[in-house]
Design a protein around this ligand. Structure first.
Ligand SMILES: [Fe+2]
Ligand SMILES: [Fe+2]
Length: 359
Protein backbone atom coordinates (compact mmCIF):
# COMPACT_ATOMS: atom_id res chain seq x y z
CA UNK A 1 0.00 0.00 0.00
CA UNK A 2 1.22 3.45 -0.82
CA UNK A 3 1.19 5.39 2.44
CA UNK A 4 3.68 8.03 1.29
CA UNK A 5 1.24 9.61 -1.15
CA UNK A 6 -0.36 12.67 0.46
CA UNK A 7 -3.55 12.15 -1.53
CA UNK A 8 -3.74 8.67 -0.13
CA UNK A 9 -3.29 9.90 3.45
CA UNK A 10 -6.00 12.52 3.07
CA UNK A 11 -8.21 9.98 1.49
CA UNK A 12 -7.81 7.48 4.33
CA UNK A 13 -8.43 10.25 6.85
CA UNK A 14 -11.69 11.20 5.17
CA UNK A 15 -12.61 7.57 4.76
CA UNK A 16 -12.10 6.84 8.42
CA UNK A 17 -14.76 9.35 9.30
CA UNK A 18 -17.20 7.62 7.07
CA UNK A 19 -16.10 4.11 8.09
CA UNK A 20 -16.96 4.94 11.69
CA UNK A 21 -20.58 5.35 10.69
CA UNK A 22 -20.58 2.86 7.88
CA UNK A 23 -22.47 -0.38 7.83
CA UNK A 24 -22.85 -0.95 4.14
CA UNK A 25 -20.68 -1.92 1.28
CA UNK A 26 -19.29 0.27 -1.35
CA UNK A 27 -15.91 0.04 -2.93
CA UNK A 28 -13.70 3.06 -3.20
CA UNK A 29 -11.05 2.94 -5.85
CA UNK A 30 -8.10 5.26 -5.81
CA UNK A 31 -6.05 5.72 -8.93
CA UNK A 32 -2.80 7.32 -7.81
CA UNK A 33 -0.15 8.21 -10.35
CA UNK A 34 3.16 10.05 -10.24
CA UNK A 35 1.48 13.14 -11.65
CA UNK A 36 -0.93 14.38 -8.93
CA UNK A 37 -3.12 15.94 -11.61
CA UNK A 38 -3.78 12.41 -12.81
CA UNK A 39 -4.79 11.03 -9.41
CA UNK A 40 -8.43 10.20 -9.03
CA UNK A 41 -10.82 7.92 -7.20
CA UNK A 42 -13.91 6.04 -8.16
CA UNK A 43 -16.43 4.03 -6.19
CA UNK A 44 -17.85 0.56 -6.84
CA UNK A 45 -21.27 -0.58 -5.59
CA UNK A 46 -22.66 -4.00 -6.51
CA UNK A 47 -25.40 -6.62 -6.20
CA UNK A 48 -28.32 -4.64 -4.78
CA UNK A 49 -30.94 -7.27 -5.83
CA UNK A 50 -33.87 -4.83 -5.60
CA UNK A 51 -36.91 -7.08 -5.27
CA UNK A 52 -40.52 -6.22 -6.05
CA UNK A 53 -43.24 -7.63 -3.83
CA UNK A 54 -46.49 -6.02 -5.06
CA UNK A 55 -47.74 -2.54 -5.93
CA UNK A 56 -45.25 -0.05 -4.51
CA UNK A 57 -43.75 -2.60 -2.08
CA UNK A 58 -40.17 -3.78 -2.35
CA UNK A 59 -37.99 -5.86 -0.02
CA UNK A 60 -36.98 -3.13 2.39
CA UNK A 61 -33.66 -4.62 3.49
CA UNK A 62 -32.27 -4.70 -0.06
CA UNK A 63 -33.53 -1.13 -0.65
CA UNK A 64 -31.74 0.05 2.46
CA UNK A 65 -28.46 -1.54 1.38
CA UNK A 66 -28.42 0.46 -1.85
CA UNK A 67 -29.79 3.70 -0.38
CA UNK A 68 -27.06 3.75 2.24
CA UNK A 69 -24.25 2.97 -0.21
CA UNK A 70 -25.46 5.83 -2.44
CA UNK A 71 -25.65 8.23 0.51
CA UNK A 72 -22.14 7.33 1.72
CA UNK A 73 -20.69 7.65 -1.77
CA UNK A 74 -22.13 11.17 -2.00
CA UNK A 75 -20.36 12.08 1.27
CA UNK A 76 -16.91 10.94 0.16
CA UNK A 77 -13.92 13.28 0.25
CA UNK A 78 -12.27 13.53 -2.17
CA UNK A 79 -15.18 13.16 -4.53
CA UNK A 80 -14.91 10.08 -6.75
CA UNK A 81 -14.82 10.81 -10.49
CA UNK A 82 -17.46 8.17 -11.21
CA UNK A 83 -19.25 5.14 -9.79
CA UNK A 84 -19.36 1.62 -11.22
CA UNK A 85 -22.42 -0.45 -10.42
CA UNK A 86 -21.37 -4.10 -10.70
CA UNK A 87 -24.66 -5.79 -11.73
CA UNK A 88 -27.69 -7.56 -10.20
CA UNK A 89 -29.51 -4.27 -9.64
CA UNK A 90 -32.79 -6.24 -9.89
CA UNK A 91 -33.74 -9.61 -8.43
CA UNK A 92 -35.94 -10.93 -11.27
CA UNK A 93 -35.23 -8.48 -14.10
CA UNK A 94 -38.60 -6.73 -13.73
CA UNK A 95 -39.17 -3.19 -14.96
CA UNK A 96 -40.44 -2.24 -11.50
CA UNK A 97 -37.17 -3.43 -9.94
CA UNK A 98 -34.89 -1.85 -12.54
CA UNK A 99 -36.83 1.44 -12.38
CA UNK A 100 -36.72 1.52 -8.59
CA UNK A 101 -33.01 0.63 -8.50
CA UNK A 102 -32.14 3.16 -11.21
CA UNK A 103 -34.07 5.83 -9.34
CA UNK A 104 -31.93 5.17 -6.25
CA UNK A 105 -28.73 5.21 -8.34
CA UNK A 106 -29.86 8.49 -9.92
CA UNK A 107 -29.33 10.14 -6.52
CA UNK A 108 -25.57 9.68 -6.97
CA UNK A 109 -23.74 12.95 -7.59
CA UNK A 110 -21.51 11.23 -10.17
CA UNK A 111 -21.73 9.52 -13.55
CA UNK A 112 -22.57 5.81 -13.22
CA UNK A 113 -21.10 3.03 -15.36
CA UNK A 114 -23.42 0.01 -15.03
CA UNK A 115 -22.57 -3.69 -15.54
CA UNK A 116 -25.24 -6.28 -16.43
CA UNK A 117 -25.88 -9.08 -13.96
CA UNK A 118 -27.83 -12.26 -14.71
CA UNK A 119 -30.67 -11.01 -12.47
CA UNK A 120 -30.99 -7.93 -14.70
CA UNK A 121 -30.76 -9.85 -17.97
CA UNK A 122 -32.70 -13.09 -18.23
CA UNK A 123 -36.26 -11.74 -18.29
CA UNK A 124 -36.00 -9.65 -21.47
CA UNK A 125 -32.34 -10.24 -22.38
CA UNK A 126 -31.23 -6.81 -21.23
CA UNK A 127 -33.57 -4.78 -23.43
CA UNK A 128 -35.12 -2.60 -20.73
CA UNK A 129 -31.80 -2.26 -18.88
CA UNK A 130 -30.23 -0.75 -22.04
CA UNK A 131 -33.16 1.59 -22.56
CA UNK A 132 -33.02 2.73 -18.94
CA UNK A 133 -29.26 3.34 -18.70
CA UNK A 134 -28.78 4.29 -22.36
CA UNK A 135 -25.90 1.81 -22.53
CA UNK A 136 -24.84 -1.08 -24.70
CA UNK A 137 -24.35 -4.38 -22.85
CA UNK A 138 -20.56 -3.98 -23.15
CA UNK A 139 -18.46 -0.87 -23.71
CA UNK A 140 -15.17 0.85 -22.87
CA UNK A 141 -13.81 4.29 -22.08
CA UNK A 142 -10.56 6.03 -21.18
CA UNK A 143 -10.12 8.08 -18.06
CA UNK A 144 -6.93 9.89 -16.99
CA UNK A 145 -4.53 7.36 -18.47
CA UNK A 146 -6.45 4.18 -17.65
CA UNK A 147 -8.47 2.07 -20.11
CA UNK A 148 -11.71 0.77 -18.58
CA UNK A 149 -13.83 -2.01 -20.06
CA UNK A 150 -17.28 -3.25 -19.03
CA UNK A 151 -18.08 -6.79 -20.19
CA UNK A 152 -21.36 -8.67 -20.25
CA UNK A 153 -20.01 -11.94 -18.85
CA UNK A 154 -23.34 -13.59 -17.97
CA UNK A 155 -24.34 -14.80 -21.45
CA UNK A 156 -24.89 -18.45 -22.23
CA UNK A 157 -25.74 -20.67 -25.23
CA UNK A 158 -28.42 -19.69 -27.76
CA UNK A 159 -30.18 -23.02 -27.20
CA UNK A 160 -30.49 -22.47 -23.45
CA UNK A 161 -31.50 -18.84 -23.88
CA UNK A 162 -33.97 -19.08 -26.75
CA UNK A 163 -35.35 -22.62 -26.96
CA UNK A 164 -35.48 -24.38 -23.67
CA UNK A 165 -38.05 -22.45 -21.61
CA UNK A 166 -41.79 -21.97 -22.21
CA UNK A 167 -41.74 -18.39 -20.85
CA UNK A 168 -39.23 -15.62 -20.28
CA UNK A 169 -40.16 -15.62 -16.60
CA UNK A 170 -39.35 -19.32 -16.31
CA UNK A 171 -35.94 -18.63 -17.89
CA UNK A 172 -35.33 -15.82 -15.41
CA UNK A 173 -36.29 -17.98 -12.43
CA UNK A 174 -34.00 -20.82 -13.57
CA UNK A 175 -31.01 -18.48 -13.87
CA UNK A 176 -31.77 -16.72 -10.58
CA UNK A 177 -31.08 -19.79 -8.40
CA UNK A 178 -27.59 -20.05 -6.96
CA UNK A 179 -27.27 -23.84 -7.17
CA UNK A 180 -29.99 -24.69 -9.68
CA UNK A 181 -28.78 -27.50 -11.98
CA UNK A 182 -31.09 -26.12 -14.72
CA UNK A 183 -28.98 -22.95 -14.87
CA UNK A 184 -26.25 -22.71 -17.46
CA UNK A 185 -22.58 -21.72 -17.20
CA UNK A 186 -21.91 -18.06 -17.97
CA UNK A 187 -19.77 -16.94 -20.87
CA UNK A 188 -18.61 -13.77 -22.61
CA UNK A 189 -19.06 -15.38 -26.04
CA UNK A 190 -17.21 -15.16 -29.31
CA UNK A 191 -18.89 -12.01 -30.66
CA UNK A 192 -17.97 -9.99 -27.57
CA UNK A 193 -14.45 -11.46 -27.44
CA UNK A 194 -13.92 -10.25 -31.01
CA UNK A 195 -15.12 -6.80 -29.97
CA UNK A 196 -12.77 -6.86 -26.96
CA UNK A 197 -9.81 -7.90 -29.11
CA UNK A 198 -10.47 -4.97 -31.48
CA UNK A 199 -11.00 -2.58 -28.57
CA UNK A 200 -7.76 -3.57 -26.82
CA UNK A 201 -5.82 -3.52 -30.07
CA UNK A 202 -5.96 0.30 -30.00
CA UNK A 203 -4.58 0.53 -26.43
CA UNK A 204 -0.79 0.86 -25.79
CA UNK A 205 0.38 -2.23 -23.91
CA UNK A 206 1.79 -0.22 -20.97
CA UNK A 207 -1.60 1.43 -20.30
CA UNK A 208 -3.23 0.03 -17.14
CA UNK A 209 -6.40 -1.87 -18.14
CA UNK A 210 -9.24 -2.39 -15.67
CA UNK A 211 -12.06 -4.76 -16.66
CA UNK A 212 -15.40 -4.81 -14.85
CA UNK A 213 -17.43 -7.99 -15.19
CA UNK A 214 -20.31 -9.43 -13.22
CA UNK A 215 -19.16 -13.07 -13.04
CA UNK A 216 -15.47 -13.75 -12.31
CA UNK A 217 -13.36 -14.00 -15.49
CA UNK A 218 -11.85 -17.09 -13.87
CA UNK A 219 -13.18 -20.51 -12.86
CA UNK A 220 -13.96 -20.75 -9.17
CA UNK A 221 -16.97 -23.00 -8.59
CA UNK A 222 -19.19 -24.19 -11.42
CA UNK A 223 -21.98 -25.50 -9.17
CA UNK A 224 -22.85 -21.94 -8.15
CA UNK A 225 -21.82 -20.28 -11.41
CA UNK A 226 -18.85 -18.58 -9.74
CA UNK A 227 -17.55 -19.25 -13.22
CA UNK A 228 -17.08 -17.94 -16.76
CA UNK A 229 -16.81 -20.72 -19.32
CA UNK A 230 -14.52 -18.87 -21.75
CA UNK A 231 -12.45 -17.22 -18.99
CA UNK A 232 -9.13 -18.41 -20.49
CA UNK A 233 -9.93 -16.87 -23.89
CA UNK A 234 -10.73 -13.51 -22.28
CA UNK A 235 -7.61 -13.69 -20.09
CA UNK A 236 -5.52 -14.33 -23.25
CA UNK A 237 -6.67 -10.95 -24.62
CA UNK A 238 -5.39 -9.24 -21.43
CA UNK A 239 -2.05 -11.05 -21.34
CA UNK A 240 -0.16 -8.62 -23.64
CA UNK A 241 -0.65 -5.77 -21.14
CA UNK A 242 1.92 -4.87 -18.50
CA UNK A 243 -0.81 -4.65 -15.88
CA UNK A 244 -4.41 -5.77 -16.03
CA UNK A 245 -7.03 -6.01 -13.33
CA UNK A 246 -10.44 -7.66 -13.31
CA UNK A 247 -12.96 -6.41 -10.71
CA UNK A 248 -16.11 -8.51 -10.45
CA UNK A 249 -19.34 -8.76 -8.45
CA UNK A 250 -21.76 -11.71 -8.34
CA UNK A 251 -19.95 -13.73 -5.66
CA UNK A 252 -20.96 -11.38 -2.78
CA UNK A 253 -17.70 -12.02 -0.91
CA UNK A 254 -13.99 -11.19 -0.80
CA UNK A 255 -11.89 -13.12 -3.30
CA UNK A 256 -8.56 -12.35 -4.94
CA UNK A 257 -6.22 -14.11 -7.28
CA UNK A 258 -3.35 -13.61 -9.70
CA UNK A 259 -3.18 -15.37 -13.07
CA UNK A 260 -0.09 -14.33 -15.04
CA UNK A 261 -0.21 -10.54 -15.35
CA UNK A 262 -3.88 -10.30 -14.31
CA UNK A 263 -4.95 -9.44 -10.76
CA UNK A 264 -8.49 -10.40 -9.76
CA UNK A 265 -10.55 -8.76 -7.02
CA UNK A 266 -14.15 -9.43 -6.03
CA UNK A 267 -16.36 -6.82 -4.36
CA UNK A 268 -19.06 -7.32 -1.79
CA UNK A 269 -22.82 -6.91 -2.23
CA UNK A 270 -25.16 -4.34 -0.71
CA UNK A 271 -27.85 -7.03 -0.34
CA UNK A 272 -26.41 -10.12 1.40
CA UNK A 273 -23.20 -12.20 1.65
CA UNK A 274 -22.87 -15.61 0.02
CA UNK A 275 -20.95 -18.22 2.01
CA UNK A 276 -17.62 -19.40 0.61
CA UNK A 277 -18.01 -22.54 -1.51
CA UNK A 278 -15.58 -24.38 0.77
CA UNK A 279 -18.00 -23.90 3.68
CA UNK A 280 -20.14 -26.60 2.11
CA UNK A 281 -18.78 -30.02 3.04
CA UNK A 282 -20.13 -31.67 -0.08
CA UNK A 283 -18.57 -29.20 -2.51
CA UNK A 284 -15.04 -29.43 -3.80
CA UNK A 285 -13.58 -25.98 -3.22
CA UNK A 286 -12.14 -24.11 -6.14
CA UNK A 287 -11.73 -20.86 -4.27
CA UNK A 288 -8.58 -19.20 -5.66
CA UNK A 289 -5.57 -20.50 -3.73
CA UNK A 290 -4.52 -16.99 -2.75
CA UNK A 291 -7.86 -16.13 -1.16
CA UNK A 292 -7.97 -16.24 2.61
CA UNK A 293 -11.70 -16.34 3.36
CA UNK A 294 -12.81 -13.67 5.78
CA UNK A 295 -13.37 -14.76 9.31
CA UNK A 296 -17.08 -14.98 9.85
CA UNK A 297 -19.06 -17.31 12.03
CA UNK A 298 -22.36 -17.06 10.24
CA UNK A 299 -22.40 -16.22 6.55
CA UNK A 300 -26.13 -15.51 6.76
CA UNK A 301 -25.73 -12.75 9.32
CA UNK A 302 -27.00 -10.06 7.02
CA UNK A 303 -24.30 -7.44 7.48
CA UNK A 304 -21.34 -9.65 8.37
CA UNK A 305 -19.73 -9.78 4.97
CA UNK A 306 -20.47 -6.20 4.01
CA UNK A 307 -18.04 -3.32 3.90
CA UNK A 308 -16.20 -1.14 1.47
CA UNK A 309 -12.83 -1.03 -0.20
CA UNK A 310 -10.09 1.24 -1.47
CA UNK A 311 -8.27 0.19 -4.57
CA UNK A 312 -4.96 1.96 -5.06
CA UNK A 313 -3.72 1.47 -8.59
CA UNK A 314 -0.30 3.06 -8.12
CA UNK A 315 1.89 1.77 -10.94
CA UNK A 316 -1.22 0.09 -12.30
CA UNK A 317 -1.27 -2.48 -9.46
CA UNK A 318 -4.16 -2.86 -7.07
CA UNK A 319 -4.04 -2.46 -3.32
CA UNK A 320 -7.50 -3.07 -1.93
CA UNK A 321 -8.51 -2.21 1.57
CA UNK A 322 -11.71 -3.87 2.71
CA UNK A 323 -13.45 -1.92 5.46
CA UNK A 324 -15.81 -4.37 7.06
CA UNK A 325 -18.73 -3.90 9.36
CA UNK A 326 -18.77 -6.29 12.36
CA UNK A 327 -15.59 -7.94 11.27
CA UNK A 328 -11.82 -7.47 11.07
CA UNK A 329 -10.65 -5.11 8.33
CA UNK A 330 -8.66 -6.68 5.54
CA UNK A 331 -6.06 -5.36 3.15
CA UNK A 332 -5.17 -7.20 -0.02
CA UNK A 333 -2.16 -5.59 -1.69
CA UNK A 334 0.01 -6.50 -4.65
CA UNK A 335 3.41 -7.70 -3.46
CA UNK A 336 6.03 -6.98 -6.15
CA UNK A 337 8.39 -9.53 -4.59
CA UNK A 338 6.01 -12.44 -5.00
CA UNK A 339 4.10 -11.00 -7.96
CA UNK A 340 0.65 -11.54 -6.51
CA UNK A 341 -1.96 -9.94 -4.28
CA UNK A 342 -1.52 -10.87 -0.65
CA UNK A 343 -3.35 -10.31 2.58
CA UNK A 344 -1.15 -7.76 4.33
CA UNK A 345 -3.38 -7.75 7.42
CA UNK A 346 -3.49 -11.48 7.53
CA UNK A 347 -5.58 -13.35 10.05
CA UNK A 348 -3.38 -16.09 11.51
CA UNK A 349 -4.97 -19.52 11.16
CA UNK A 350 -5.29 -19.93 14.93
CA UNK A 351 -7.45 -16.82 15.22
CA UNK A 352 -9.88 -17.71 12.46
CA UNK A 353 -13.24 -19.35 12.93
CA UNK A 354 -13.29 -22.66 11.08
CA UNK A 355 -15.53 -22.91 7.97
CA UNK A 356 -19.07 -23.82 8.96
CA UNK A 357 -20.53 -27.05 7.64
CA UNK A 358 -24.00 -26.81 6.09
CA UNK A 359 -26.12 -29.67 4.78
FE1 LIG B 1 -25.72 -11.00 -7.02
FE1 LIG C 1 -25.11 -12.39 -10.15
Amino acid sequence: MNTSNPNRRDFIKGAGTIAAASTLPLSIVEMAFADPAQSFTFAHISDAHIQHIRGAEFVRNWDRGLIRAVAETNLLQPKPDFVVFGGDLAQLGMKEELDHGAEMLSRLDYPVYPVLGEHDYYLDLGEYWSQLFKREHYYSWDHKGVHFVVLNSILTTDEWTHERWPTARQRMLEMAGLDNPNGSPFMVGEKQRQWLAADLDKVPKDTPVVVFSHSPIQKIYKGWNFWTDDAEEVQALLHPFTTATVVYGHVHQIQYNQIGNISFHAVMATAWPWPYPQAYAQAESQLPKLTVPMNRADPFFERDATGWQFVDLKSGRVSMEYNLYSNTNRTVAYNPETGQPEDSVYQAAGGRIAPQIHY
